[in-house]
Design a protein around this ligand. Sequence first.
Ligand code: MRU
Length: 359
Amino acid sequence: MDSDLKQVTHIDNVRLGGDEKSVVILDQTQLPNRTVYLTLRTAEEMYDAIRLLQVRGAPAIGICAAYSIYALSRQWPLTDYTAFAETFHAQKEYLNSSRPTAVNLSWALNRMESVVAANAKAPVEAVLNLLGAECRAIHEEDIAMCRSISEHGLGLIKDGDGVLTHCNAGPLATSRYGTALGPLFLGRERGMRFRVFSDETRPLLQGARLTAYELQKAGIDVTLICDNMASIVMKNGWVQACFVGCDRVAANGDAANKIGTSGVAILAKHYGIPFYVLGPTSTIDLNCPNGNHIPIELRDPDEIREKWYAEPMALPEVKCYNPAFDVTDHTLIDGIVTEKGICRPPYTESLAALFATRP
Ligand code: MRU
């Protein structure tokens, strides 16, 4: 693997601080212009880092939350189990309220809390040690899941293909290879060549700032396009597959991802281009029957009116609607690529089967 590629696939985006009482993140809001690491010490700093997208991408949010609740637990001067469990629950709920759509956040925090619940008879110090092991396991498992998703996804494309992606589902959003971008990094490692079209992804520009950055740095042929240019590149015959990530997949296969993803899927259907959603099983929410039940985050209207502009591009009183995610209907999805394999329609059956099999 060449060093530039390895630097991207092994980017240090989220880790536990050396004191185990803090979390260190790469501030994604500063990329691509500045590489800035932040040390998060308080619950408020951790909450804000997730809410403000300093750490973002469904798996990375889950990992950061798991490290955060552990780092906070190490700070409490509590030796009584009941007081510890109550404080843990309150702080967990607080962190969980930072963003609503990515199920990985509650998945990781619930997993951490189940360690507390399962060890009610143990001394608090022992519970802390188990929590430390659990958050590290969540991170390690995500590395393995991303690698496996990348292998499965790579089988869907061939050397020389054009791939269109939306938002960022690469190493910054996950651990190591990423999900939607994973097959491209893995293929590059094996000497394959792809031509990638990265939607800029309005309004927060994850495609321009993060996806184009990662691919360019890794030596992969990437072309940045505005979101409304996806149709023309598809019509030109330059796209053989669409790969996107996901924040929550419902039991019927409806998949929430960054706002604009469903439009890409509709275009892909029109042009007969396969559309794939790639994500770990931690993003699949079988308790959610369909996309209508997925909570969609609404964000600050000023992200549309004035963010990124030298001066506002709309009158301050202009009404704005700023949903962060949309749901792609399962009928538009050709496959959902997980670490356990590729699910095909009917998703109600293929997704349920994933959880029926032993790991
Ligand atoms: O608002 P963001 O930047 O957190 O949205 C991220 C996405 O929509 C990603 O595609 C998704 O979380 C998958 S990351 C592997």
